[in-house]
Ligand binder design. Structure first.
Ligand code: CO
Length: 146
C-alpha cells in the first residue's frame, strides 16, 4: 500500500496564556492531563488531555519568540492548529511539495512524544495551520532538523 496515509486526528492544539489557569476548565470536564512535555524546538510547554481517540494539546509559550507567544500576541488564546496522525510524514510532505502546496516545514522535526512532525501553511489548507505527525516507532528516516 502507498505510504503517506492519514490515520486520524492526533490532537487539536490550543494556545493558552497559562496551563495552570486555563487547564482548570478542562479539569471540570474530566479531561485530565495525561502528559506534559517541553518541546524545545517550538519553545512551548505542551499539556495533553485525551479525548476519545485523540487529544487536546494546550500550549503555553516558554519564550517571547515562541510561535505560540506570537499567536497569543496576534490573535489571543484559542485554537492554534489541527494535527493529523499520518503513517509516514516524509511521504505526505513529498506529495504536498510535488503539488506545489505551501509548507511551513519542508523537513520533519521532533515534536512532543518523540513524534516526527511538520506544519502545512494555512494559505494551503483553507485557513487552518495543519500539523502532520508520525508516531515515534513508526518507520521513519533519520530526522535532520532539531
Ligand atoms: Co500540535
Amino acid at each position: 500500500m502507498e505510504k503517506g496515509r492519514v490515520l486520524g486526528i492526533a490532537h487539536l492544539g490550543i494556545a493558552v496564556q497559562s496551563l495552570e489557569k486555563d487547564g482548570r476548565f478542562f479539569d471540570l470536564l474530566g479531561l485530565i492531563e495525561s502528559h506534559r512535555e517541553e518541546v524545545a524546538s517550538q519553545k512551548v510547554m505542551a499539556s495533553f488531555r485525551p479525548v476519545g481517540g485523540s487529544s487536546l494539546e494546550l500550549l503555553e509559550p516558554t519564550a517571547p519568540d515562541s510561535p505560540i507567544a506570537k499567536a497569543l500576541e496576534k490573535r489571543g488564546p484559542g485554537v492554534h492548529h489541527i494535527c493529523l496522525d499520518v503513517d509516514d510524514v516524509a511521504a505526505v510532505l513529498a506529495r504536498l511539495k510535488a503539488a506545489g502546496v505551501r509548507l511551513v516545514n519542508e523537513t520533519p522535526f521532533e515534536g512532543a512524544h518523540g513524534c516526527l512532525v511538520a506544519f502545512v501553511h494555512p494559505a494551503a489548507t483553507g485557513g487552518i495551520l495543519l500539523e502532520l505527525s508520525q508516531a515515534a516507532g513508526a518507520s521513519r528516516p533519520a530526522p535532520d532538523q532539531g
